[in-house]
Design a protein around this ligand. Structure first.
Ligand code: AMP
Length: 283
């Protein structure tokens, strides 16, 4: 497995591979790798000649009061796991290279970035869209793999790729969960014992939404109310938002019709977690 730190070296690796007719499957990550990331890596390996993973904790997507400094980092373990997963190349740049002092160009996907998580995290998706554009220009993947866990991110990246005519296919893979339903996240390591138990309410509330929809309830205000009630039973949980939106436009819907995204963010203790589920009126 190659570990590349320099942007130029990564670009020349990909150029050579593409000239030889090889396809490159790419999984961008912030490290602290878990089974959610591995599911993307395995999909990339299955579909492509070469698999590239980037590990970069992107400062541009963290707000000033967010957890950039304490975000979990474990490079040695991540590299070992990438080796086990038979990744061909890990791109691991440093922030100075990605954002030199005179850095001044940003990608902003308007209309989708200030909804849902964007309300509490202004600038977050601008940071994500910018780094993903840069990584696509550096790694030059044939296909890039993202997780449904970050549903809004996937919608934004798909729109960005379409709007900017970026020559990369986007695949979104299902959310990988713990046995009790908690969506895997690098931030789960912040949870103490009580938080960890209370965190299961997030997935439970999504399952409740699905159950209500399959039972015929279409009024999203009532579904959201029931989800709030379920999460409120957990003392360490504080909901930031629960929304039911059109899965492409991310605009709130009043009645479930077609495919809708039920998305939420909540603080469990001090840890902000997100989760989501697609529901359909004809289940
Ligand atoms: P991150 O390292 O948190 O930036 O995530 C890197 C990629 O892994 C993103 O496309 C995420 O959506 C995806 N991912 C994170 N957690 C999960 C999960 N539990 N299941 C599937 N994909 C995930």
């Amino acid at each position: 497995m190659l570990i590349i730190r320099s942007i130029e070296k990564m670009q020349s690796y990909s150029k050579k591979a593409l000239l030889k007719g090889k396809s490159i499957g790419f999984v961008p990550t912030m490290g602290a790798l878990h089974e959610g990331h591995f599911s993307l890596i395995r999909a990339a390996r299955k579909d492509n000649d070469l698999t590239a993973v980037s590990i970069f904790v992107n400062p541009a997507q963290f707000g000033p009061s967010e957890d950039l400094k304490k975000y979990p980092r474990n490079l040695a373990a991540d590299l070992e796991k990438c080796r086990q997963e038979k990744v061909d190349v890990v791109f691991y740049p440093d922030a100075k290279q990605m954002y030199p002092k005179d850095y001044s160009t940003y990608v902003s996907v308007e209309g989708l970035s200030d909804l849902l998580c964007g309300t509490a995290r202004p600038g977050h998706f601008k940071g994500v869209a910018t780094v993903v554009t840069k990584l696509f220009n550096i790694v030059a993947p044939t296909t890039a793999y993202f997780g449904q866990k970050d549903a809004q991110q996937s919608v934004i990246i798909k729109r960005m790729v379409k709007d900017l005519n970026l020559p990369v296919a986007i695949k979104v893979m299902p959310t990988v969960r713990e046995k009790d339903g908690l969506a895997l996240s690098s931030r789960n390591t912040y949870l103490n014992k009580k938080d960890r138990i209370d965190a299961t309410a997030l997935n439970q509330s999504l399952n409740l939404a699905k159950l209500l929809v399959s039972g015929g309830l279409r009024d999203t205000r009532r579904i959201i109310e029931r989800m709030h009630q379920l999460i409120a039973r957990k003392s360490s949980a504080k909901v930031e938002y629960i929304s039911i939106v059109n899965s492409e436009t991310l605009k709130p819907v009043k009645k479930i019709s077609g495919s809708c995204l039920v998305a939420l963010a909540a603080r469990i203790g001090k840890t902000r977690l997100i989760d989501n589920l697609i529901v359909r009126d004809a289940l």
